[in-house]
Design a protein around this ligand. Structure first.
Ligand SMILES: [Cu+2]
Length: 132
C-alpha cells in the first residue's frame, strides 16, 4: 500500500524535472535567431565595388595572403598577376566573377564574419576574407 504512494511522488518529481528541462530547450535557439550578424554572405558582400583597402595578390594560381583581414565596410582588391583568368567566388555568397590576367576586382564587406572563397576555374585555389 505504501509503494504506490512513493511511486507517485517520484513520478511527480520526474515530471517537474522534465518540465524544467523542456523550457530550457526553447530558450537556447532564441538568442541565436535574434543575433544581429547576418550569416548570409550574399547580403553583406558587394562585388565590383569602388574603393581601396586590403590587397590580395593572385599569383601562381594562389591567393596571397590566403587569409586577409578587413574592417567592416572595408574593401578588398584582388590583383591578378597571372596571365590566366581567375574568379573570386564566395562559397556561400556571390560570385564576383572573372578577373582576367593582369586585371583587378574589388569587393566591399559590410558585416563582420569569415568568408571563404575560391576560384571557380581552379577549385584548388582557396582563400578567406575575415571581416571585423
Ligand atoms: Cu583560377
Amino acid at each position: 500500500m505504501r509503494l504506490p504512494v512513493t511511486f507517485g511522488a517520484i513520478l511527480a518529481l520526474a515530471l517537474v524535472g522534465g518540465c524544467g528541462g523542456g523550457s530550457a530547450s526553447p530558450t537556447s535557439p532564441g538568442p541565436s535567431a535574434a543575433g544581429p550578424t547576418p550569416t548570409n554572405a550574399a547580403l553583406s558582400i558587394v562585388c565590383n565595388a569602388s574603393g581601396s583597402g586590403t590587397a590580395v595578390a593572385i599569383a601562381n594560381f594562389a591567393f596571397n595572403p590566403a587569409s586577409a583581414n578587413v574592417a567592416a565596410n572595408g574593401f578588398v582588391t584582388w590583383n591578378n598577376s597571372d596571365s590566366t583568368t581567375h574568379t573570386v567566388t564566395f562559397d556561400n555568397g556571390p560570385d564576383c566573377g572573372s578577373v582576367s590576367g593582369g586585371g583587378t576586382t574589388t569587393a566591399q564587406f559590410a558585416a563582420a564574419g569569415s568568408y571563404a572563397y575560391h576560384c571557380r576555374i581552379h577549385p584548388s585555389m582557396k582563400g578567406t576574407i575575415v571581416v571585423g
